[in-house]
Design a protein. Structure first.
Length: 409
């Protein structure tokens, strides 16, 4: 689940007239009933990291709303470039120490030594590499697991490390987590976790992500066909496939492509653009501010996602909230973020992207119908609901353990 973390987030304040305020109050009630006051969250990266993605946006939104409900929340992550080791953001504490790999043993050691303070519950974000909390953490626990990374390992690591990562994810870790409550973002991702990792279906809970209320319809569409994609420039996003697909689309439709986001794939993608002679119709503006992102979604005729692995596809939901339909690869996560034939089109491979984009770009009534349905679908999602339902899963775990009461460290 990656994407909008590439852009600076400015969360809207929670007021008494906010329709989500009632849910925030209920979060406090659920926590109080379960005896949860202090929650520690372990994550690989922080929202301030230059490579932050949808997983970090999700964690930040949930932590913010738990803090707004009166909970004492500490988020422990790796070091983020240009950010202090400790800070308070949106009411919760952020501790950023150690590098991308050392964060795992060092965060665990800090928890065992009590350096993060006492806790009533632990939330682990399993983003490819787990913190292995079942081996060392006592008391109530919850795991965020957005998707299986099996297709991603060979894309981002050398062969021997990719095999190690895949073995850890698919064989070593899953038996440890079979009794742990797991929250994932979509029904299709849940099916993947159960099928590929062997997790127990009754322990995997689906809690969809929210969408920031800043994403709304408005403005005017671009005067010429405009395809927009948003996300980190990394192999799993397969932006090279999208660029080649739009090049093929242009044989029939004079479409332009904007890919907003940054990452280590930029040089390779820029070379591909140059090789295709696509400089006039394909642009890579890098990270864009939130206001510009909203305007970009509103101007787009269609948002595209060519990813090989996602937990949801948050950029698709953001665009949908702006009334923009999607063409996305048919993968777990996208199967729930896009209602095929209703809010957009799900397709297979490069040729499917070409056909789907041509279909939407050349059929105005279809584009309008999909866009309206997309906005209606996105309106059902809120971060307040996400934070509330996630805490309910954690509280249920507490009640199951309530022989001796919630354990504190």
């Amino acid at each position: 689940m990656d994407g909008s973390g590439d852009h600076a987030h400015r969360w809207a304040p929670i007021g008494s007239d906010d329709p989500g305020a009632e849910l925030v109050a209920k979060i406090g009630d659920v926590a109080a009933e379960a005896g949860i006051r202090r929650i520690h969250v372990l994550a690989w990266r922080d929202l301030a990291d230059v490579e932050a993605g949808g997983s970090e946006v999700h964690a930040a939104a949930v932590c913010r709303l738990w803090a707004a409900a009166g909970l004492d929340v500490t988020l422990r992550t790796s070091y983020a470039q240009g950010s202090p080791p400790e800070a308070v953001r949106d009411g919760y504490r952020v501790i950023r120490r150690a590098g991308r790999y050392l964060v795992f043993p060092r965060a665990v050691a800090a928890e065992l030594a009590g350096r993060h303070g006492t806790r009533d519950a632990l939330v682990e974000i399993w983003n490819g590499v787990p913190f292995l909390s079942p081996l060392w953490a006592r008391g109530p626990r919850l795991v965020f697991l957005h998707h299986v990374h099996e297709e991603m390992w060979p894309l981002v690591l050398p062969p021997h490390l990719a095999r190690l990562g895949r073995t850890l994810e698919s064989r070593i870790a899953p038996p440890l987590y079979r009794r742990t409550p797991v929250v994932t973002l979509s029904s299709s991702s849940k099916a993947h976790l159960v099928e590929r990792l062997g997790l127990r279906s009754d322990r995997v809970h689906v809690v969809p992500p929210g969408v920031d209320p800043v994403f709304t319809p408005g403005g005017r569409r671009a005067g010429e066909p405009l395809v927009v994609a948003v996300g980190r420039l990394m192999p799993a996003k397969a932006f090279d496939v999208l660029i080649e697909a739009v090049a093929a689309v242009r044989r029939q439709v004079p479409a332009r492509l904007v890919i907003a986001g940054d990452g280590y794939e930029r040089d390779r993608l820029e070379r591909l653009v140059a090789d295709l002679g696509a400089e006039e119709w394909c642009s890579l503006p890098g990270r864009v501010p939130l206001t510009e992102l909203v305007a970009l979604y509103r101007r787009a005729w269609v948002v595209a996602a060519s990813s090989v692995s996602e937990g949801w596809g948050m950029t698709l939901t953001e665009a949908a909230a702006c009334g923009t339909p999607a063409v996305a690869t048919r993968i777990a996560g996208h199967l729930d973020a896009v209602v095929d034939g209703v809010t957009g089109l799900l397709v297979d491979g490069r040729d499917g992207l070409v056909d789907g984009l041509i279909r939407i770009l050349t059929d105005g009534p279809l584009r309008d119908r999909l866009g309206r349905a997309a906005a209606e679908h996105a309106a059902t999602l809120s971060w307040e609901r996400t934070a509330h339902d996630t805490l309910r899963v954690l509280a249920t775990g507490v009640r199951r353990r309530r022989g001796s009461g919630p354990e504190r460290r």
